[in-house]
Design a protein around this ligand. Structure first.
Ligand SMILES: [Zn+2]
Ligand SMILES: [Zn+2]
Length: 644
């Protein structure tokens, strides 16, 4: 190699070395900064956390009587996997109750836990009969519970829960059905009332009423509230004045006039100053209503989006009611209890219940993926909205999977049949059941029905009345006068549809069930045919390979002090040997020989003299790495440069 080439090679190499060194130095400084700020943040946040843990008070203030409430959970006991803000399951609610119970005992206050009906029909954990759900519900230490209309739709549900040693017996008198009876025995399914006794000695007379429901299954009977409040048992229960307050679990709207009827009778017998707490439900909303100075009505949402909390203190002349709608969110619950973010929320029993829920879901295959939805479809949106679940169902799913190209079919059903949104991304078995929990069978009600007769029977299709965003009955298929149609409906609407069509056509119709065809199978077929996503073919355990940017970010985010020290030491070691290798060699190389590799590294003097040429290309550290003081010396000790 000639000297000129050698010089160029060395110049390029040393310049590259300088740049690499600077990059290493910058990375080292950056990592030091990251480590320092992380350490600072951790120190700061842990000091906040410990401050919160010791100084923060529970935001839930207990009064003399306190009630924790779940209503209309409809089997959403596992929480909402598609909604991060609703991250509690029944295990967490049980944990909340147990923590509040300890607080109530410490403060010598009474805490009661109640469930206000409609525990079935919502997710894959619900079934007919609800044999998978019941063991989960029996984990909950409810002091009183009542029946909802949903438990009364099917004989199989009632037969299952009323069997000897079944669900009703399990509660040993806590299951209150003041106006719901078994026809066969003419006795209430549960108990008519119960006295709740708290540790403080206060006693609360408790009832469980259902609104005047009429679509109940044949083996049951719902007596009208107006009648029951005049029954002798009710009057006698109120006439026994050994209790301090009255609690009415009422599966009905917080503003239902039936509450006024119950309250009026209580006032007649117990006076104006008997505290009366109505726990209401059924409308699936959060509502509060002060009925008179000594009575309130409180309704706590649905689907475990809310855990209700009410409290009451009273004396002979006044009553103070407070209430809180607790979001179905663990962090919110911890905050309410005055717990630090870092504190563990789950109690042992709560964790056991969560484990049971997860195991039951696994056993039922509810997490099995069916396909991938390209977007979220909202069950509450009007038919013409781009993300309307019902719009998509009537415009796409039914025509594709049921009509299969025919223009002479109509499917009519009520908008209560679908209960939950379909979310973008993975669609599981549980998601499908949550959407269509009733799995309604489809019926052919009549053939050759004229479009004008259909309109006469049901009114204009897609017409929306009042405050609703959806029509009273939803129709799939285009209705045209003088065109003849086969009309279909679902089992819930068979009687209504048959009656209307018979009136409009003047004929007698005989509905025929379509074996194996349900609303759920229509959705399932569509998802299978049109929403398969390649990622589902992968092993579910197989994660997507992270990008290099993610790896880079993860590397620095996970930087520890040890890594930082190792990194800096590596930097200096590299610099040291690099300096030894490059800084000593070039000086001798330039003056003695063009064979860089053949030179002895150590000249035996112990010190290295260095010739700082004006030619920048020959200088190892031509810029600030050497420093101004070195630039003026014609000969400089290696050690004087200051790298070691
Ligand atoms: Zn409900
Ligand atoms: Zn209901």
């Amino acid at each position: 190699m000639n000297p000129r080439t050698s010089m160029l090679w060395k110049s390029s190499f040393t310049t590259l070395y300088v740049y690499v060194s600077w990059v290493l130095l910058c990375l080292s400084l950056f990592s030091s900064f990251v480590t320092f700020t992380n350490a600072l943040e951790n120190t700061f946040s842990s000091s906040i956390a410990s401050t919160t843990a010791t100084a923060s008070e529970s935001l839930l203030v207990l009064q003399d009587i306190n009630i924790l409430i779940v209503t209309d959970v409809h089997s959403w006991v596992a929480g909402h996997p598609h909604n991060d803000t609703l991250n509690v399951d029944y295990g967490d609610v049980l944990s909340l109750y147990q923590r509040l119970k300890v607080k109530s005992i410490n403060e010598k206050k009474d805490l009661f836990f109640v469930m206000n009906g409609d525990f079935i029909d919502g997710t894959g954990l619900s079934s007919y009969p609800p044999k998978h759900l019941i063991p989960i519900l029996e984990f909950m230490p409810w002091d009183a519970l009542t029946i909802g209309n949903h438990e009364l739709y099917r004989n199989s549900t009632i037969e299952y829960i009323t069997q000897p040693n079944g669900f009703v017996d399990f509660w040993e008198g806590k299951y209150l059905t003041s106006n719901v009876f078994l026809k066969e025995t003419n006795q209430p399914i549960g108990s008519r009332y119960r006295i709740l006794k708290g540790g403080s000695g206060r006693e609360i007379l408790t009832f469980g009423f259902l609104y005047d429901f009429q679509n109940n299954c044949e083996i049951t009977q719902v007596e009208n509230v107006e009648k029951v409040v005049n029954d002798s048992w009710f009057l006698e229960a109120l006439g026994n004045d050994s209790f301090d307050a009255i609690l009415v679990l009422a599966h009905m709207d917080a503003f239902n006039p039936l509450l006024d009827i119950i309250l009026a009778k209580i006032r007649d017998i117990c006076g104006d100053k008997m505290p009366v707490q109505f726990i209401t439900g059924h409308t699936h909303q959060r509502k509060f209503h002060q009925m008179d100075p000594f009575s309130i009505s409180f309704e706590a949402g649905h689907y475990l989006d809310t855990v209700g909390f009410t409290s009451l203190s009273f004396n002979a002349s006044s009553a103070n009611f407070e209430h809180t709608f607790i979001d179905g969110n663990v962090e919110d619950m911890k905050e309410l209890l005055g717990m630090a973010k870092s504190d563990s929320f789950e109690t042992e029993l709560g964790k056991n219940l969560t484990d049971l829920i997860v195991a039951t879901q696994e056993e039922l295959g509810l997490n099995e993926k069916l396909g991938c939805s390209p977007k979220t479809y909202d069950v509450s949106k009007g038919l013409d909205e781009p993300d309307s679940l019902w719009g998509f169902y009537t415009e796409t799913v039914v025509p594709t999977e049921f009509f299969k190209g025919s223009d002479s079919k109509l499917l009519i059903q009520n908008p209560g049949g679908f209960r939950y949104n379909l979310f973008e991304g993975n669609v599981t078995v549980n998601d499908l059941i949550s959407l269509a929990p009733y799995n309604d069978t489809i019926y052919l009600v009549g053939e050759g029905i004229n479009g004008s007769e259909f309109t006469a029977a049901f009114g204009e299709a897609r017409l929306v009345n009042g405050d609703s965003v959806l029509p009273q009955m939803i129709v799939a298929g285009k209705v045209v006068a003088d065109v003849l149609y086969d009309v279909y409906t679902v089992d819930f609407d068979v009687d209504f549809t048959k009656e209307r069509l018979e009136n409009a056509t003047g004929t007698t119709l005989t509905p025929i069930a379509l074996d194996g065809q349900t609303t759920e199978t229509l959705w399932g077929a569509y998802i299978k045919d049109h929403w398969q996503c390649p990622i589902l073919l992968l092993d579910p355990e197989q994660e997507e390979e992270p990008s290099w940017q993610d790896k880079f970010r993860d590397f620095f985010e996970s930087f520890t002090v040890v890594k930082m020290i190792a990194f800096i030491m590596t930097f200096f070691v590299v610099m040291f040997f690099g300096w030894m290798f490059l800084c000593r060699h070039p000086q001798q190389k330039v003056s003695n020989t063009d064979d860089f590799e053949s030179q002895s590294f150590d000249d035996g003097s112990g010190e290295v003299s260095y010739d700082y040429s004006d030619d920048e290309s020959t200088s190892v550290f031509p810029i600030s790495a050497i420093g101004a003081n070195t630039a003026s010396n014609g000969s400089k000790s290696y050690h004087a440069i200051g790298f070691v």
